[in-house]
Design a protein around this ligand. Structure first.
Ligand SMILES: Nc1ncnc2c1ncn2[C@@H]1O[C@H](COP(=O)(O)OP(=O)(O)OP(=O)(O)O)[C@@H](O)[C@H]1O
Ligand SMILES: [Mg+2]
Length: 258
């Protein structure tokens, strides 16, 4: 084991021995994901009651890992942890600098990730408050975002639409269109990475996730992002047997009267 890895594991043990965070499964993943600051962040969130137990990873993606946790009240939560080493800083910089809500000039990676996570929390909050089905945002700190866990009562996570069996495609596609319409017209956000991978399906109910790159509609780039989202949706709807033209979908989302 490299010294870096054993140091991370030492930190983890230390945190566990401080007794707040009851247990952490999958400690070897910890070695890669949980650097010192991440551990301290998890520890603080544990102290605040957001995470009591951190279970195994639901997903280990390119930039972030999502874990299932349990809060102090015994509810499941989803804990999204961005890895500082492998994040796409060029992309983050581009999207953060283009967003008037953020004034991050720095190329400091950690600051950029913190702004990115804050952006995901704020976008989720705007969407949630407007009535879009998204995981309820709970807290963001440093590179960690805690949100509502989308899954069943036993703790099995809902699957992305692209991987799930949709029993009523018409109903599901109509709900998705309605949510994207609310997102655009009320929350005034364009998702920017919308596809069947970033829509979870639970009992034929779609939940939109992964909204960190979302842009406010006034921004010049938002139109291009919206067009890309629409193309992706059309492709994924087609896979479910639902056919809709670009013009039709666009006018529904933008609520254009024909
Ligand atoms: N709130 C949640 N409840 C249950 N599962 C979730 C939740 N959020 C994310 N997941 C699971 O984690 C996966 C990855 O989440 P998300 O799309 O937010 O990360 P990502 O940015 O795509 O990661 P990467 O880009 O690194 O691949 C999702 O496809 C889903 O399976
Ligand atoms: Mg995703």
């Amino acid at each position: 084991m490299s010294s870096k890895v054993s140091k991370a594991d030492d930190n983890l043990r230390k945190m566990l021995s401080e007794k707040r965070l009851k247990s952490v499964e999958d400690r070897r993943v910890g070695s890669e994901v949980f650097d010192k600051i991440t551990l301290e962040t998890l520890y603080k969130l544990a102290k605040m009651g957001y995470i009591n137990v951190l279970n195994g990873a639901i997903s280990t993606g390119k930039e972030a890992n999502v874990f299932k946790g349990i809060d102090d009240d015994g509810n499941f939560v989803a804990v999204k942890i961005y890895r500082v080493t492998t994040s796409d800083f060029k992309k983050m910089q581009q999207y953060i600098q283009g967003d008037p809500r953020f004034n991050v000039k720095s190329s400091n990676k950690r600051q950029l990730i913190n702004a990115w996570v804050t952006k995901e929390l704020r976008n989720l909050t705007r969407a949630y408050e407007a009535g879009v089905n998204v995981p309820k945002p709970l807290v963001a700190k440093n590179n960690v975002l805690v949100m509502e866990f989308i899954g069943d009562a036993e703790g099995n996570p809902a699957l992305p639409m692209r991987l799930s069996k949709v029993s009523n495609p018409k109903k599901v596609s109509e709900k998705i269109i309605e949510y994207v319409k609310i997102l655009y017209n009320d929350a005034k956000i364009v998702h920017g990475d919308l596809s069947g991978f970033n829509i979870l399906i639970k009992d034929d109910e779609p939940y939109i996730i992964d909204i960190s790159q979302g842009m406010i509609v006034d921004h010049p780039i938002s139109h291009e992002l919206l067009n890309r989202d629409i193309d992706n949706l059309i492709r994924d709807f087609k896979k479910l047997g639902i056919n809709i033209t670009k013009e039709e979908l666009k006018s529904k989302i933008m609520d254009l009267k024909s």
